[in-house]
Each structure stands twice: as structure tokens, then as C-alpha cells.
Ligand binder design. Structure first.
Ligand code: GDP
Ligand code: IMO
Ligand code: MG
Length: 444
């Protein structure tokens, strides 16, 4: 049985979309297992050439959608804004991509307009986290409080109305705290009925589809959103998202037995980026020459919000932590080409505390000593680096042998640094040296 989870090993935006798009060519099913339209998974292939800027940033639709013969599922673990899905489907269809094989789990939670508004209001307070304001936190909070509405409710009008009434009681009370106008039940109900009409045929019990694919031994990909460092349990809480991007949750969000996952592919950017607040020890200042290089050459601007991503060197402390929590079997290193032309490249090996003590294991958020008065809640720890000679060009490489020797050394070092735990020894498997489908190769 062949189930592969593809997950972000860092703080998100590692290039999960491009890896899923590449691996989907040999798969039969792709399931997004958590998160919502806070994701921005960018894909460049022959289909996306028809879109205005030659690429497509998928927010909810799985990155396998460009392969017409495979089934794509928005899984039970997701939170789904129906309007966002409809908009995304429309824009995919406008460039000739078939969305016929896309299914939405009737058990997935909905993100409703009040969730987005609450998210925005919360971001105006002193406890702001730098969210995408897509209503992700409020929707998952409602799920856990068991007052959330699920996609399947759109197909059961009476039940929908009573659930919506109960949920609005709470939401409107919260909104009134912020001085916002309350939502009208009838209006929102009508809107939901309209979403139900447009999307209803795609909202199904996805479990039989998943079971059938698994039992027929078809290759299945589980597509994660964000990365482990933003995981609700293990990420830099509270500067994290409200779900678990780790593959442990993958089986829950998709509807598979825990024993199903055979491979876990870590998508690792050759350096680090972060969008939103939270401590980030290996961050480079905006006016730092290398920081500017990563930002501009890497095009490091959020695919969902357009915000500049904070950039820095690869963090081996975080990567080792991530490897343990995710149980990686394979490493897919992306954006190696962005480091081309740098005289030296660095890896953060430890964090020095103000006392002089050096941490080599990833600590809890407060031990990262964020300066809570800083608007970005940055870290005040000092990064300790290992330095390597740089290289000129990896863009044209299509095999291991074609990589400059210094780039090979850097990659081998990354592999070595992830092999820190007994029983969890991922191997270097995919190298990406550009955003297009053919700018990637597999090491056999
Ligand atoms: P995701 O959220 O993990 O899918 O990643 P994003 O799509 O948000 O960000 C990755 C960005 O890097 C996108 O703009 C990709 O087109 C681009 N990208 C992916 N892999 C490579 C690569 O190997 N080299 C370069 N230069 N760009 C890449
Ligand atoms: P992909 O899947 C990068 C960040 C936000 C914020 C925190 C919580 O493309 O990697 P949320 O809206 O989830 O409540 O925000 O998480 N964030 C992302 N950062 N890539 C993403 O998705 C993100 N989704 C959320 O900036 O710091
Ligand atoms: Mg992204």
C-alpha cells in the first residue's frame, strides 16, 4: 500500500506545491489533510502558463489537480471557505484545468464570513499573531467547541438553519465585543443555501473513495499545509496556525489507518523563510546583503497575502526537531538555486542564550526569548553558524553529478544533520533548482 505524506519541514512555503505537482504525475489520489485557504501552494507547469502570470497559487485545491486522471480530495481535517473554493475552481477552469475529479469531505469544517471578520478584528488587538486573516483560528476554535458547521450541513437545510442560528449567537456576541455589526441569520442562511447549490454535488463522504484507492494499492499523496514549526502543538505557540501540519494528523485528516503512511517526504527550503510573527533565530536583517539576496532572488513574498517573507539561513536545530516529529524518510531540498552566486552559505547549528549557554535542541517559544515588545516578537538569541564555501550555478543541473562539488557538500551536510535520531534517518532524494516541473531531479 503506497501512501506518501508530503509535509513542510520548516515554517511553511518550502515548495510543497511544486513537489506534490511533480510526484502527483505518478499518483492516483492527492488529499489535502489540514488547514484552509491560508495556504498558497505555487505551481508552474504547462497548464499554468495560461494564467496571467504563468503560475497558479492554490489555496485549498490539492496540488494534484493538474493531472486530470487523478482524484483530488479536500479532506475532513480541513477548514473550507465555500466561496474561496468556488473562486478557485472558477479560476482553474478559466485556464482549462478540469476540476471534475475534485471532492470535498462532507465532514470538513466550514470557514464562514464571521470567522474571517473575527480573525481580522483579533489581528487589530495587542495579541495579534500575524495571521493570514482567513478565519482559520476562529473556524478551528468552533470545531473544537463543537459549534462549527460542516460542509455536509449545506445539503441539509433544516439542520443548517438551526446550527447556523446557534453558531451566530456566539459569533455575534464576540463581534459585538469589537463593535462590529452582527450578521443576519436569514441573509447568511440564504448565502449558505446558494453555496450548497453550487458545490453540493462535490460534497460527499470521501471515506469510500479513500478506502477504495488504498485497497486497490493505488499511490496516494497526503498534502500538508504550512510546516511543523507552525504546528498548534509543536510549533512556536502561540505564533502558529490552528491545526497540525505533521503527518500524524495526515491520517486523521484524510481518513486512513495510522499504519498506512509508508513514506514521509520533508520539503526543506535550502534556507529559511517565515511569514507572520514569531521568534526566528537565524533571521537576517532586511538591510543585510544576503537577506536582500534571498528575498529578491527567491521572490520571497507570501503567496496568499503578498507580505514580504522574513528570510534567514537554514536552521539545523529546527530541522532536527522537525525530523523527529515528522519521522521523515526522504528529503526534498528546494530553492537550492537561490543560493547560487553567494560566496559562502551558512547553517545555524545552535542558539546562544544571553547567559552564554548554547542550545542545540529546539526549545519552547518562551525559551527562544522573544522580545515581546517588538512588533514581530523576534528572537533575541544569537545564532551560531557553520560556514561553507558557496557555488556559482545549480540551475542547469539535472542530476547529482552535475551539481558543483560545494553544493553537493552543503546538501550532504543537511542530510547528515537530519540523521540525529535513531530510527529516523531520512535520505536526500529530490533536489529542486527552479520552480518549473523539469527543474527537479531525483537521486536514485
Ligand atoms: P508552498 O506553500 O510550500 O507550496 O510554497 P510556496 O508556493 O508558498 O513558495 C515557494 C515558492 O518558491 C513558489 O513561488 C515556487 O514557485 C518557488 N519555488 C519552488 N521550488 C523552487 C526552486 O527550486 N527554485 C526556485 N527558484 N523557486 C522555487
Ligand atoms: P503554506 O501552506 C506561510 C502563518 C501566518 C501566521 C500563522 C497563523 O503556503 O506554507 P493562520 O492564518 O494560519 O491563522 O496564521 O501561520 N501562515 C503561513 N505562513 N505559509 C503558509 O501556508 C501559511 N499559512 C499560515 O503568517 O504567522
Ligand atoms: Mg505557501
Amino acid at each position: 500500500m503506497s501512501v506518501t505524506a508530503i509535509v513542510g519541514a520548516q515554517w511553511g512555503d518550502e515548495g510543497k506545491g511544486r513537489i506534490v505537482d511533480y510526484l502527483a504525475q505518478l499518483s492516483k489520489m492527492v488529499i489535502r489533510f489540514q488547514g484552509g485557504d491560508n495556504a498558497g501552494h505555487t505551481i508552474i507547469n504547462e497548464y499554468t502558463q495560461k494564467s496571467p502570470n504563468g503560475k497558479v497559487a492554490l489555496h485549498l485545491v490539492p496540488s494534484g489537480i493538474f493531472n486530470p486522471e487523478i482524484q483530488c480530495i479536500i479532506g475532513t481535517g480541513c477548514v473550507v471557505n465555500p466561496q474561496s473554493v468556488l473562486d478557485e475552481l472558477k479560476s482553474l477552469e478559466s485556464i482549462g484545468v478540469s476540476t471534475e475529479n475534485l471532492w470535498l469531505s462532507e465532514r470538513a469544517q466550514m470557514v464562514l464570513p464571521y470567522h474571517c471578520l473575527l480573525d481580522s478584528y483579533k489581528e487589530k488587538t495587542s495579541s495579534q499573531l500575524g495571521t493570514t486573516k482567513r478565519g482559520i483560528g476562529p473556524s478551528y476554535a468552533d470545531k473544537m467547541s463543537r459549534r462549527g458547521l460542516r460542509l455536509g450541513d449545506l445539503k441539509r437545510p433544516d439542520w443548517l438553519k438551526s446550527r447556523l442560528g446557534q453558531a451566530l449567537d456566539f459569533a455575534n456576541r464576540e463581534l459585538s465585543y469589537f463593535g462590529a455589526t452582527p450578521f443576519d441569520l436569514e441573509q447568511l442562511y440564504e448565502q449558505c443555501l446558494d453555496w450548497g447549490k453550487q458545490l453540493g454535488h462535490k460534497i460527499v463522504d470521501t471515506l469510500p473513495l479513500v478506502q477504495q484507492a488504498y485497497q486497490l494499492d493505488q499511490p496516494i499523496l497526503l498534502e500538508g499545509q504550512l510546516g511543523v514549526m507552525r504546528d498548534i502543538d509543536w510549533g512556536i505557540y502561540p505564533y502558529c496556525t490552528s491545526s497540525n501540519p505533521t503527518p500524524g494528523y495526515g491520517v486523521v485528516g484524510a481518513g486512513l489507518p495510522v499504519t498506512a503512511v509508508q513514506r514521509v517526504v520533508a520539503v526543506v527550503k535550502a534556507y529559511t523563510t517565515i511569514v507572520g510573527h514569531g521568534p526566528f533565530v537565524s533571521e537576517l536583517a532586511k538591510d543585510d546583503k544576503v537577506g536582500r539576496h534571498l528575498q529578491e532572488v527567491g521572490g520571497e513574498y507570501g503567496a496568499t497575502t503578498g507580505r514580504p517573507r522574513r528570510c534567514g539561513w537554514l536552521d539545523a536545530v529546527a530541522l532536527a526537531y522537525s525530523t523527529w516529529l515528522n519521522g521523515f524518510t526522504d528529503l526534498a531540498i528546494t530553492k537550492l538555486d537561490v543560493l547560487d552566486g553567494l560566496e559562502e552559505v551558512k547553517i545555524c547549528m545552535g542558539y546562544r542564550l544571553p547567559s552564554g549557554q548554547v542550545l542545540t535542541r529546539f526549545p519552547d517559544t518562551l525559551d527562544l526569548a522573544p522580545d515581546l515588545n517588538h512588533p514581530d516578537r523576534r528572537s533575541t538569541l544569537e545564532p551560531i553558524y557553520e560556514s561553507y564555501p558557496g557555488w556559482q550555478d545549480t540551475k542547469s543541473a539535472r542530476s547529482w553529478a552535475e551539481l558543483p562539488e560545494t553544493a553537493q557538500r552543503y546538501l550532504k551536510r543537511i542530510e547528515e544533520l537530519t540523521q540525529v535520531s535513531r530510527g529516523v534517518t531520512p535520505r536526500l532524494r529530490y533536489i529542486s533548482v527552479g520552480a518549473e516541473r523539469d527543474q527537479m531531479f531525483e537521486i536514485s
